[in-house]
Write a protein that binds this ligand. Sequence first.
Ligand SMILES: [Zn+2]
Length: 249
Amino acid sequence: MRLCLVRHATLKIEFCGHVFLVDPMLDDAGVRPAIQNSPNPRNNPLVALPVAPEDVVQGMDMVLVTHTHSDHWDETAARLLSKDLALIGQPADEPRFRSQGFVNVQAIENAFTWKSVEIVRTGGQHGKGEIANAMAPVSGFVLQASGEPTVYIAGDTIWCEEVRETLERYRPAVIVVNAGAAQFLEGDPITMTAEDVIAVCQAAPGAQVVAVHMEAINHCLLTREDLAFQLEAARVRAAIPGDGEWVRP
Ligand SMILES: [Zn+2]
């Protein structure tokens, strides 16, 4: 198993002989407006993809989408991906995928087995209180297959009970967390802060934590450098890949 951070939350995962594309955001830099009511108002995405979007979608066997906020599923991804590709996501997003022409959509309520890969849908909190309710639903996924390390893609969630339970229940060897401490002008962060990533590392010693979802969307204020500094101060380790960089467990 190995994974490549394409950009932001977009990942390529080689697992059990298949290539999965996670949360494809393939728009060119600057083509979307800044997130409303957010600090640092600059057009999104802030940075270009490391390769052409046509190259990102090449050779994929399956696409996994945690939720359809525009930083996880955008127009370019919907346009470029083959409409008969297996597209797996949460039930709330199924009508949208179908309306975009995808014919091989599988919504996962709890769990689903795709070609000997067991995919479990997990919960999360995309912020706290009212903001979290407005941002819901979001999902994460646990991937399991014999002979492969268990992979947990937490999705857009802060450190919360659902994440803690998932770590305890599945003991993943690889944990991908969406950091960036995304924020609106008011309220608490809606994705993981450095403290949240530290909590994940401490709750899963021995796992390879991979922190992504930074420096590509205007309201993600936590940078890779800040996060690396805070992880080191807390004496925990996580991979913080650059765009286009591969990580192995
Ligand atoms: Zn996000």
